[in-house]
Design a protein around this ligand. Structure first.
Ligand SMILES: [Zn+2]
Length: 388
């Protein structure tokens, strides 16, 4: 109370309100608390009631939808993923699938819809800076007329914010994963496509149009395959999950997925191992250029391809070392800690940070991301159980 500068009466009435709404509860050890310095009755100890509210996160990947529900304290309650579907080309179906998953998870988590504080959505396409809520129709062709934020905002009756999936993956790894306590990061999301997110001085750097960090569309082979962006020979056409699985389909059949590619590589399949090593080489070469520009403390490799593990990491590291200018020094590369859930957890982190900004959930900021010099876990939210 002393720190707030508020009067005892004001604080009492605020606390009464929070107690009535069951946002905070009186702790059982209150009775043992020391008397106040002025000799008054012992202070009442309060703690947050996590079940009193929560956040919804949705992640629209290229071929899968993920949904997660976290409580008010930011602890992951439940999450799930859809079957494979054509997200980019079937907006309506993807929105319906996500919507049904949200309501099912809220029910299973016993979090009433009236208790949802806000929502976040990650989309595997650039978010349009000229029309917030909409995503790039170049990458998600069927989504041109879809205001994703408005759609889920209306369904949930709370503010919903939209971000690019790689940016939100970067946010999640910075706040809760491999990038904790680092101020300058580059996050590479290796999934069906390739995305990237830049954390500069503890904050997401979006650039002029929100496309900062998009290393997947850097041209590495001018005579290569046509990319979904319309260019030729982008990194994604060489080292993206879709390109890698396509390369194995002639040998292993038409239904090859990234997960199966990784399983094959773990089993010692020479073709799969070669593909992952070559992908790491191509990615490392682009990272050498990226690191020369950004000079990050750490590069984090995340996304669906990250479980390929050591062979992928070693190949990326070796290539980066080989191609970086000797004048630039050494750059550390690590695997992400949040696995395929990074983006959906980033969506929840986005919802929480906006809720803090909008004072819908007082006291909730993204410690470790937005607060200079903050120590992770020193009062900001944590997403327990996030590691996969
Ligand atoms: Zn491209």
């Amino acid at each position: 109370m002393r720190e707030t500068g508020l009067s005892r009466t004001t604080v009492s009435s605020l606390v009464a309100e929070l107690l009535e709404e069951e946002i905070v509860v009186e702790r059982s050890d209150s009775a043992r608390a020391a008397p106040s310095p002025s000799g008054g009755r012992p202070a009442t100890l309060l703690s947050l009631e996590p079940s009193s509210g929560g956040f919804v996160g949705i992640d629209f990947g290229r071929e899968v939808v993920r949904v997660a529900v976290a409580n008010r304290a930011g602890e992951l309650l439940l999450d799930g993923r859809s079957d494979r579907l054509e997200v980019a080309h079937r907006a309506e179906e993807a929105l319906d699938v996500a919507d049904a998953m949200v309501w099912r998870l809220l029910e299973q988590a016993e979090l009433g819809p009236d208790r949802v504080i806000s929502g976040g959505v990650a989309v595997s396409a650039p978010v349009r800076s000229d029309s917030p809520g909409y995503v790039s129709e170049v990458i998600f062709p069927s989504w041109a007329d879809v205001n994703v934020a408005a759609f889920f905002g209306e369904r949930l009756g709370v503010p919903v914010h939209v971000g690019n999936d790689a940016n939100l993956g970067a946010l999640a790894e910075a706040a809760f994963g491999a990038g904790r306590a680092r101020r300058n990061l580059f996050y590479v999301m290796l999934s069906e496509g390739i995305g990237g997110g830049v954390i500069v001085d503890g904050r997401i750097y979006l650039g002029q149009t929100g496309a900062a960090g998009e290393l997947g569309h850097i041209v590495v082979d001018p005579d290569g395959q046509i990319c979904r962006c319309g260019n030729r020979g982008c990194l994604a056409t060489v080292a993206g999950g879709a390109a890698l699985t396509a390369a194995l389909r002639q040998i292993h059949g038409p239904h090859m997925t990234v997960d199966e590619l990784i399983a094959l590589s773990h089993d010692g399949d020479p073709g799969a191992a070669r593909l992952i090593a070559d992908a790491g080489e191509a990615i490392g070469r682009v990272l050498a250029a990226t690191c020369s520009v950004l000079d990050p403390e750490l590069v984090i490799i995340g996304g669906e391809l990250a479980p390929a593990g050591r062979p992928l990491l070693d190949s990326v590291r070796g290539s980066l070392e080989r191609w970086i200018s000797p004048a630039s020094g050494h750059y550390a590369v690590a695997l992400g800690e949040l696995g395929a859930k990074a983006e959906v957890l980033g969506a929840i982190a986005l919802a929480m940070s906006h809720a803090a900004d909008e004072a819908l959930a007082p006291g909730y900021g993204l410690t470790g991301v937005n607060a200079p010099g903050a120590t992770p876990g020193s009062g900001g939210p944590t997403i327990a159980g996030a590691r996969t």
